[in-house]
Design a protein around this ligand. Sequence first.
Ligand code: MAN
Length: 350
Amino acid sequence: MLNNSIRRCRDNPVISINDVSPTTKQMQVIGIFNCGGAKLNGKTYLLCRIAEILKSPREGVLTVPIFDLHGQPSSMTFDLSDPKFDFSDNRVVVERKTGKIVSLTSFSTFRLAVSDDGVHFIIGETPCMPLNPILEEWGMEDPRVTPLEDQFYITYSSVSRHGVGVSLSSSNDFKSFKQIGMILPPANKDAVLFPEKINGKYYLLHRPSLGGGGIGNSNVWIADSSDLLHWGNHKPLFDCETGNEWESQKIGAGAPPIRIPQGWLVLYHGVDIQQRYSMGAIILDHDDPSIILSRSAHPILEPEMEYETSGFFSNTVFPCTAFLNGSDVVIYYGAADKSICRVDIPLKTF
Ligand code: MAN
């Protein structure tokens, strides 16, 4: 059901494939979507994930850019009719015999988008963040940006044959970036940093991907650190076993927490059994963020518009950025792993 209090931007998608140039002439952009964002000098900066493939010489062939073991640009080619592989999940190539993911179907890097009004963006023509060819052999994904002390910290997924882990970089101007390194090894993703120290410690939400070994679910955990590099005191914080169908498969933190009068507001994504991604919210205690004060029973944003229900991975809304703007929360989200959209939601909705 469309909720009247939420206002999707009339210009949605605010950023789409047509706005982006491929990294090289041989590449083709297939999506610009999940983005971390920050405000700086009155402008909105979005670090956007772009997914690319290599143009194929013929129909029925998929060529994915990767880095080889020596850190040199390379590629993997698959015949889409090859019975050895299962291509039914658009995002990955699965070897039928072992059930293992042997490749992604695209390679992701980050582009910077800048706007004066939060709706019209100018997008950089080349990837803006350096890449670690070993840890990011298969790309870098889903950035979240947290303003903290005098820096912007970027948490993101580093993807390689070794798995998906969480890396950290920093910048103070979005022109140069410092790679800090992997802070949580595989399998982990969807990490968001709190924008303030709490009782002298840094806090992080993260999502270990469990379930593969048959024990546990993909739930959201909390950890703390005194230096941003070494994380400990890991505790499960909230889970997907709520009885709510829309978040029954897995959940992951979305945008970095924002301080509202009631506590820390955290937007997250919940996934149902049909792999439909919706957005929920949770409020954590200001002084002890391991205390949950309230949680949405129903999704606050669901895939309903055509640009959300149909795309590279259809039926997906994936928030990674939220700003307070007067009495509204402005959210940027990836729509169907294809484009970037904006929605404004009154704070009172939460
Ligand atoms: C995973 C991640 C996201 C992606 C969703 C939907 O959670 O890879 O980047 O947006 O799936 O495909």
